[in-house]
Design a protein around this ligand. Structure first.
Ligand code: F0G
Length: 455
């Protein structure tokens, strides 16, 4: 059969409140034109994030009831530890309440104000954690990764030459580790090839620089490797994942993505000294090392979820959904990042809103129009999220994208058809998309709480 179906049936439903255009206009105004500040129940299709928004399986709900809430050494911790040990092969495993807590503790324990941390591209929380410590966070993607319509199999690959230059310029002693984000969320959910990871590892090994994977979407990345890197076609998703982690010295993880859970994260590493520092910091910030800020039931859910994310049929259906959108939007000439990544469609707001400049924040204009048109909530990944305001002057980001991220196992085909209709309607009227100004912004992670005015 050609049709790839959802490999699950629906046992429980959650009502979507349908809103009218005038209600949405009121909600957006009340939220200072920032969709992060809109109530979730006022969104018809909520594509703000794929993080923690997935639907759990019956197996996960059943596992939840087995949660052992003992403070230390619970049965749930044992399951969590053995699952993560099987997938990553790492000896030191620490739960955290989500990915950014793992990042924050890694930065606290290994990064100095003089440090430089390379990555293919840092996600916003990783960058914020590094920069708030005074260190530099560098993005080392190939130049073609910044061209939304440049098609290649592994657009998340790190430019190894750039890495070599950074090591030479900044000095090995200033690089406590190098990160690689799989898949590369900020650049369009683009995958990283195993070959690239091997090449990075080779360079890093020469200088004894540890390699840390930001593993949020490791299973989606493994699917791309299996289907796009011929040598891996016959390997299982678990084998591929294990091979990725075998190249690394540690990993930070948000289980809210490929852990198929609503909360949770972890840090893993090989170096016992790193582990001791991390453990001590973890106890102060998150909790005892066998629960690290999570309930026993969360540890259970994650243990099941990580394995479900590695099921080929599940990944095949998830990628088919993204592909479906990519094909439909491309057929209508709607500009998106190509090829589509693993967890989202990224609209190219620069090409969408040709009449706007980066300082007009075209991504915010587009996000807000999608909401007004159909109650679809997306997120800007452009000059608001990645640009900077230095002494009142806006420094724009390289890309102006709008991400429509797909919660796992939540929306069905008709939701996606509705979404396509909404995007098309906004595309038809794209010249009407207005400029936005920022009227309030905090120092870090401004996109979450900034206020905007429509001009
Ligand atoms: N790294 C990447 C690549 C991410 O995408 C995220 C989260 C994190 C780290 C932090 O994990 O949220 O558990 O603290 N991304 C979410 C998103 C928020 O919408 O893409 P967290």
């Amino acid at each position: 059969m050609k049709t790839i179906i959802e490999p699950f049936r629906i046992k429980m439903t959650e009502q979507i409140h349908l809103t009218t255009a005038s209600e949405r206009s009121k909600y957006l105004k009340e939220s200072h034109n920032n969709v992060f500040l809109i109530d979730a129940e006022h969104c018809c299709i909520d594509l703000l994030t794929d993080s923690g928004t997935g639907a759990m399986s019956a197996q996960q709900w059943a596992a939840l009831m087995l949660g052992d809430e003992s403070y230390a050494g619970s049965k749930s911790w044992k399951k969590f530890e053995s699952t993560i040990s099987e997938i990553t092969g790492m000896p030191h495993i620490f739960p955290t309440h989500q990915g950014r807590a793992a990042e924050s503790l890694l930065v606290k324990t290994q990064v100095k104000a003089t440090s430089v941390i390379p990555n293919n591209s840092h996600f916003d929380t990783t960058r914020a954690n590094i920069e708030s410590s005074g260190a530099k966070a560098l993005d080392l993607l190939y130049e073609h990764a910044y061209q939304p319509d440049y098609i290649c199999n592994f657009k998340g690959d790190m430019d190894v030459k750039k890495l070599e230059q950074v090591i030479e310029q900044e000095g090995v002693e200033n690089i406590p580790f190098c990160m690689i984000t799989v898949t590369n969320n900020s650049g369009g959910g683009q995958p990283v090839s195993m070959q690239n990871m091997k090449d990075i590892k080779k360079v890093l090994s020469k200088h004894n620089i540890p390699m840390i994977i930001d593993a949020c979407r490791f299973a989606e990345n493994a699917y791309f490797i299996k289907t796009r890197e011929p040598a891996y076609a016959d390997k299982s998703m678990l084998e591929i994942s294990r091979e990725m982690f075998d190249l690394a010295d540690g990993a930070t993880m948000s289980c809210k993505k490929d852990g198929l859970s609503n909360i949770g994260g972890f840090f893993v590493c090989r170096d016992p000294e790193w582990a001791v520092h991390f453990k001590n910091a973890l106890i102060m910030q998150e909790g005892f090392p066998t629960y690290g800020g999570l309930a026993g039931r969360d540890l259970e859910v994650i243990s099941v979820g990580l394995k479900e994310a590695l099921e080929f049929d599940y990944q095949n259906y998830r990628h088919a959904t993204v592909k479906y959108l990519e094909e439909k939007l491309t057929a209508k000439n709607i500009p998106i990042v190509k090829p589509a990544g693993g967890h989202a469609i990224f609209l190219d707001a620069k090409a969408f809103c040709e009449h706007l400049n980066p300082e007009d924040f075209p991504g915010i204009g587009l996000v807000n129009e999608l909401y007004l048109q159909g109650g679809v909530r997306g997120v800007e990944l452009g000059s608001v999220m990645f640009g900077k305001n230095e002494d009142g002057k806006e420094i724009p980001a390289r890309l102006e994208l709008v991400r429509l991220a797909f919660p796992r196992r939540v929306y069905t085909q008709s939701h996606f058809d509705y979404l396509i209709e909404v995007i098309e309607e906004v595309w038809q009227n794209r010249k009407e998309i207005p400029k936005h100004n920022i009227t309030y912004q905090p120092e870090f992670l401004r996109h979450f709480t900034a206020h905007f005015e429509r001009c």
